[in-house]
Ligand binder design. Structure first.
Ligand SMILES: CC(=O)N[C@H]1[C@@H](OP(=O)(O)OP(=O)(O)OC[C@H]2O[C@@H](n3ccc(=O)[nH]c3=O)[C@H](O)[C@@H]2O)O[C@H](CO)[C@@H](O)[C@@H]1O[C@H](C)C(=O)N[C@@H](C)C(=O)N[C@H](CCC(=O)O)C(=O)O
Ligand SMILES: Nc1ncnc2c1ncn2[C@@H]1O[C@H](COP(=O)(O)OP(=O)(O)OP(=O)(O)O)[C@@H](O)[C@H]1O
Ligand SMILES: N[C@H](CCC[C@H](N)C(=O)O)C(=O)O
Ligand SMILES: [Mg+2]
Length: 478
């Protein structure tokens, strides 16, 4: 594609562009290199490297010196980068839903994909867990990938015949304009609580970044589905209404989809829902209150994208759990279950432990830690939640990355001084299993579906589910 076509800016020296990238290390001859100032590095420092690798054009901030190849300086290089990606890969599923919030995005997009599929649509979802499509599964690097990877994914899905797509919109992705050129049919909001304060400047900044999805990226005539049991959700609903949007309110107090009653069974929950005034009773084959909230958000999103209410509610009775979200990894010979979950925030841990309680007659034992190079302020707060809501807490490592693992554990232990400290995650899981008595329950939180422990810059293969299964076997529980 010609540079002028790609940028929609007339060019004196129009050149053919073979690819776009924001990473100088990916540049091939004929590439357009977008030199973006970042959080760790500055892409503008890599312009020479990109030119040496054969870059045919540079897009960046304004005011850089003239170059040997066409240089386009703009106020918002990340925006034009996303727009160029959409021009290079123009296809996308006709119906595209974006889901945001601190917790529940991955679960909700997967549930929505399952409801659409139940209703006979060619459906896919993508985010933290990778891409799940009728053609199969493929991994992805980020919850919301960089604009080029994102539009390539959307275009591939459209080529494969996917008509309904659901994607996660992370706050980093929204802040960095990764999805600014996506055509959104409907958006959803789950909740907002503290996370990523290493990146965002407090709750209000975090909220405004998430709100961009609704106030800037979702068209004013597109429907939005909002969990109104959340204070920020209520604020957002008012803002969207003022924009003239069709707002579907869901949750325990949702005017459109109201959760009236939840009756927990051993591994399922019977829901009584009131949908636009009509009562439905359905058995959700999943445990945990937070799964109910995600299921009703997905129900709302299915309804606003054309699935009949009766069909969408029926689909809830067939939902399969999402990998690493209250996933049952096994049980001891006395029947005490082990759940693996991705709770990695104060609110996530709170919801998780409250979700497990109605299904547990004995003690709840929790094994958890906090990630390195991530919001340090959440560590003691997560510790305090574990101290309050679990009976036994074991603090262990969860992706220390470039930080000292013992210091991270120490910060967590400030919130739960009575907890046991076992740095080695496999040993911590084994210790948790050894403590289990009949009627108890072990919860392993923080890594969910993850397949590695990140120490320094190295990813050591590690799966909570696999480690728990191996420990159960070694302990003679299978
Ligand atoms: C904080 C953050 O989101 N950073 C992402 C962002 O980095 P950045 O733009 O700040 O990049 P940088 O490292 O400062 O470099 C600036 C620019 O120089 C370029 N560069 C750098 C080095 C070089 O040799 N040549 C070169 O061209 C980089 O490609 C980049 O364009 O853009 C990079 C390229 O796309 C991402 O790899 C990087 O993800 C880092 C690794 C990351 O861990 N991100 C996480 C926190 C993230 O985004 N997570 C969210 C979800 C979190 C959740 O699920 O809760 C996500 O959507 O995945
Ligand atoms: N609606 C919810 N409210 C509160 N906590 C939730 C909710 N849904 C999920 N959680 C908790 O958060 C964890 C992560 O859930 P999920 O992966 O669906 O969220 P996410 O928003 O995609 O997270 P990430 O930002 O890491 O991509 C779950 O394992 C669970 O412990
Ligand atoms: N995807 C999120 C959650 C990771 C959860 C936990 N395992 C950690 O490493 O902090 C992040 O990168 O912040
Ligand atoms: Mg996710």
């Amino acid at each position: 594609m010609k540079l002028s076509q790609l940028t929609q800016i007339p060019q004196e020296n129009d050149v053919e562009i073979s690819m776009i990238t924001a990473d100088s290390r990916q540049v091939k001859p004929g590439a357009l290199f977008a030199a973006l100032p970042g959080t760790l590095a500055d892409g503008r420092d890599y312009i020479d490297a990109a030119l040496e690798a054969g870059a045919a054009a540079i897009v960046s901030t304004k005011g850089l010196p003239q170059m040997a190849v066409p240089y386009i300086g703009v106020d918002e290089p990340r925006l034009i980068y996303a727009q160029m990606a959409a021009r290079l890969y123009p296809g996308q599923p006709e119906v595209l839903v974006a889901m945001t919030g601190t917790n529940g995005k991955s679960s909700t997009v997967d549930f929505l994909r399952q409801i659409w599929a139940y209703a006979g649509k060619e459906a896919a979802c993508f985010g933290t867990l990778g891409v799940e499509a009728p053609s199969g599964y493929r991994p992805m690097t980020h919850t919301t990938p960089d604009a080029v990877a994102l539009h390539k994914t959307l275009s591939d899905l459209a080529d494969e015949g996917v008509t309904h797509g659901a994607m996660e919109a992370s706050s980093h992705g929204l802040d960095q304009s990764r999805l600014d050129a996506v055509k959104i049919t409907a958006s959803g909001f789950s909740n907002l609580s503290q996370d990523h304060f290493d990146y965002h400047d407090g709750m209000e900044d975090y909220f405004q970044t998430k709100a961009r999805l609704f106030t800037e990226l979702t068209p004013a005539d597109a429907p939005v589905v909002i969990n109104v049991n959340d204070d920020y959700g209520q604020r957002l609903a008012v803002t969207c209404k003022a924009r003239g949007q069709h707002v579907m309110r869901v949750g325990w107090t949702g005017e459109d989809i109201r959760i009236d009653e939840v009756m927990p069974r051993a591994a399922s929950q019977v829901l009584s829902l009131v949908v636009h005034g009509k009562r439905y009773t359905i058995e959700l084959p999943l445990a945990g209150e937070f799964q109910v909230l995600n299921a009703v958000s997905a129900l709302g999103l299915a309804m606003v994208t054309g699935v009949e209410t009766d069909v969408a509610v029926k689909a809830l009775g067939h939902l399969r759990g999402v990998a690493g979200r209250m996933e049952r990894a096994g049980q001891t010979k006395d029947g005490a279950p082990i759940f693996v979950d991705f709770a990695h925030t104060e609110d996530g841990l709170d919801k998780l432990l409250r979700s497990v309680r109605p299904h547990t007659m004995g003690r709840i034992i929790i094994v958890f830690g906090c990630g390195g190079d991530r919001d340090p302020d959440k560590r003691a707060k997560m510790g305090a939640v574990a101290a309050k809501l679990a009976d036994v807490a074991i603090v262990t490592d969860d992706n220390p990355r470039t930080e000292d693992a013992a210091s991270i554990r120490k910060a967590v232990l400030k919130g739960c001084p009575d907890a046991t400290e076992i740095g080695d995650r496999a040993a911590a899981i084994k210790a948790g299993i050894d403590m289990l008595r009949a009627d108890d329950c072990l919860v392993i939180a923080g890594k969910g579906h993850e397949q590695g422990q990140i120490v320094g810059k190295t990813v050591i293969p590690f799966s909570d589910v696999e480690v728990a299964k191996a420990a159960l076997k070694a302990g003679g529980h299978d």
